[in-house]
Design a protein around this ligand. Structure first.
Ligand code: F6R
Length: 258
């Protein structure tokens, strides 16, 4: 794992956007795995700016979102379909047919199989963007999710329902179920970029990076991934025991010529 500690959210947003942009420039038909939630909003804003100001071309990019709520229509303001449309897709030149989000209203088992095979048929995910939940989840792989799990229906924890209530008028409106890529699905991405910012992420980040690999913190599975970047700000990195070492590694790497 490469652990990069930035000063704040705005640096995470701009630097993670550079990683995504370089990926797209190197491979224009990149398959991107995308997350929703508050954390990647700054990254998406930066990507939109790179598209508008520098012509970053999404015309051949293919995307797969991590998850979608079950039971919300595709045009529900809190659906991840609308989130992605409003915060990224409508502002870049991505082709509609290249966008993939699980259908939370289709028969679940079939939809999950369809999603898994679509990812495989697209050649697999080149770069997966991840956030992390306060209970350590990636996508909606809540505590006790099998680390080998595939795309499936999951019941959200009460903690996640509470965390996500800020987007809804009432906590009782927050869906209890989602279709989510599994930990095993995510681990097959060729590269992973996990971003986290703020004090609410201090504990999950410590567990994910320095804790034991455990289904109780599904993000800890990324310790097993050969090409993972974790980009966090000082607040999220606050409790990392080896924080100084991560900074030392990063600063030394910058001096490497090859
Ligand atoms: C969203 C997702 C979730 C979020 C996580 C953090 O697609 O998969 O795992 O990344 O809940 O959410 P925020 O960024 O809102 O703190």
């Amino acid at each position: 794992m490469e652990i990069i500690i930035k000063s704040d959210y705005s640096e995470i947003s701009s630097d993670s956007a550079m990683i995504v942009a370089n990926q797209i420039k190197t491979k224009p038909n990149t398959v991107l795995g995308l997350a929703t939630g508050s954390t990647p909003l700054g990254l998406y804003k930066e990507l939109i700016q790179l598209h508008l100001n520098e012509g970053l071309d999404f015309s051949n990019v293919i995307t797969f979102n991590l998850d979608e709520y079950v039971g919300l229509s595709n045009d529900h303001p809190q659906s991840y379909n609308v989130f992605m449309r409003d915060n990224l897709f409508s502002k870049i030149n991505i082709k509609k047919e290249n966008i993939h989000i699980p259908n939370g209203n289709a028969p679940h088992d079939k939809e999950c199989e369809r999603y898994e095979s679509l990812i495989i048929r697209s050649g697999g995910i080149d770069l997966q963007i991840l956030g992390i939940g306060s209970d350590g989840h990636i996508a909606f792989n809540e505590p006790s999710s099998s680390l080998g799990s595939r795309t499936r229906l999951k019941t959200l924890t009460q903690e996640t329902v509470k965390d996500n209530a800020r987007f809804f008028d009432n906590i009782s409106d927050v869906p209890r179920f989602a279709i989510t890529m599994g930990v095993g699905t995510i681990m097959e991405a060729k590269k992973i970029l996990l971003i986290a910012s703020g004090v609410s992420k201090t504990t999950p980040i410590r567990k994910a990076i320095e804790g034991p690999i455990s289904s109780m913190c599904s993000a800890s599975a990324i310790q097993m991934h050969p090409k993972t970047i974790v980009m966090v700000d000082e607040a999220a990195a606050k409790d990392l025991k080896e924080k100084d070492y991560y900074k030392w590694v990063y600063n030394n790497k910058k001096t490497l010529k090859n």
